[in-house]
Design a protein around this ligand. Structure first.
Ligand SMILES: Nc1nc2c(ncn2[C@@H]2O[C@H](COP(=O)(O)OP(=O)(O)OP(=O)(O)O)[C@@H](O)[C@H]2O)c(=O)[nH]1
Length: 327
């Protein structure tokens, strides 16, 4: 930064500076008279950034990088560094000239004198800070919403809209812990579309995708609001039924199996495709079982449903995992 002149010797008018709007100009101008006006080149940082002071843009523009990725433009008449004056904690290293700019620098001591002696400066400062706080909290709210949006996005399967594997990995262990703690039953249904490779080979991948979407809609539409449906991967889905004993879950699986058999897969609303069927494995949480063992039990039952001819439900035999006696 290069010293150009004092404020009194510069061509700038104090009435154009936001901080001095509706202020007793004469007393403020007298206090500002000896403040330096500095020239900064494009891209240059404000020197001595650890020094608390007000930086007012007279010509050009500054960028204020707040450190959280956001950048604010500071235009002629606007200021930066107010907070550094108020709390004495300066970090003006994020201030950089966007173009060749002229800046008025007001040291903290003088800024305090302005606050105390020039009528209206304190009011303008409060207004400015209130505006900054409001803008910062709006930005925070926007980010929180965006974060929530992306979080949701990362937990849902793009093709079917059901929860995805990441969601399952997060939620299933917690549901299992809750079920053990409350001694409430918890059941799991795993289902896998039958001969889906053949379906894809015969009708094409796009129709395969349609079939998966329809299967997902069927699941989501047939369950209670307290149940969860997720895409486990490929053409495999999982249904979680909290507060549901194995016998009831088996009934739900039978109903889903039947509906799957009866559901038409349409391509362009003219051509119904062959029905798809699915095989189902059901398991109910046993004492001492963790989420992995529960999934393995449902998966084992599903495997047996496939082996037994597909398009059917098999219920896993409940095996309580008890502590092994010490040898
Ligand atoms: N269209 C489509 N196909 C998928 C998707 N994910 C997995 N698949 C296909 O699903 C098929 C699964 O094949 P397999 O694991 O052999 O199982 P299957 O043909 O259903 O046979 P069974 O399960 O034994 O009845 C593969 O051809 C995968 O390419 C997807 O998102 N869209």
């Amino acid at each position: 930064m290069k010293l150009l002149s004092t404020f009194a010797a510069s061509p700038y008018d104090i009435a154009d500076l936001h901080l001095f709007r509706d202020v007793d100009i004469a007393s403020a101008a007298a206090l500002l008279a000896n403040c330096p006006v500095m020239l900064t080149a494009a891209g240059e940082a404000v020197s001595d950034p650890a020094r608390p002071r007000l930086v007012i843009v007279l010509r050009g523009a500054l960028a204020d990088a707040t450190g959280d990725g956001a950048t604010t433009r500071i235009l002629p008449g606007e200021s930066a560094g107010e907070q550094s004056v108020l709390d004495g904690e300066a970090d003006l290293s994020g201030l950089k000239a966007l173009e060749a700019s002229e800046l008025l620098l007001i040291d903290a001591d003088l800024a305090w004198r302005l606050i105390e002696e020039a009528d209206g400066v304190a009011r303008n400062l409060l207004r400015l800070l209130s505006f900054r706080i409001r803008a910062a909290s709006m930005q925070l709210r926007r980010r929180q919403k965006l974060g929530e949006f992306y979080r949701q996005l990362s937990l849902n399967d793009g093709l079917t809209g059901l929860y995805n594997r990441a969601w399952l990995n997060d939620v299933l262990p917690r549901l299992v812990s809750t079920a053990h703690a409350t001694r409430a039953p918890l059941s799991l249904i795993m289902l896998d579309i039958d001969h889906f490779k053949k379906f894809n080979d015969r009708h094409g991948h796009q129709l395969g995708d349609s079939a998966l979407r329809i299967a997902a809609q069927l699941l989501a539409g047939a369950l209670r609001p307290t149940d969860f449906a997720a895409r486990y991967g490929g053409e495999e889905f999982m249904v979680i039924l909290p507060d549901t004993p194995g016998a009831v879950a088996a009934g739900v699986a039978e109903r889903l199996c039947e509906r799957m058999r009866e559901t038409m897969v349409f391509d362009d609303m003219r051509l119904p495709l062959p029905h798809v069927t699915a095989s189902f494995g059901v398991a109910c949480l046993a004492d001492g079982q963790d989420d992995h063992a529960l999934v393995a039990a449902a998966d084992g039952a599903l495997y047996r449903a496939k082996a037994a001819g597909r398009d059917r439900v098999i219920v896993a035999v409940e095996v309580a995992v008890t502590a092994q006696p010490a040898a």
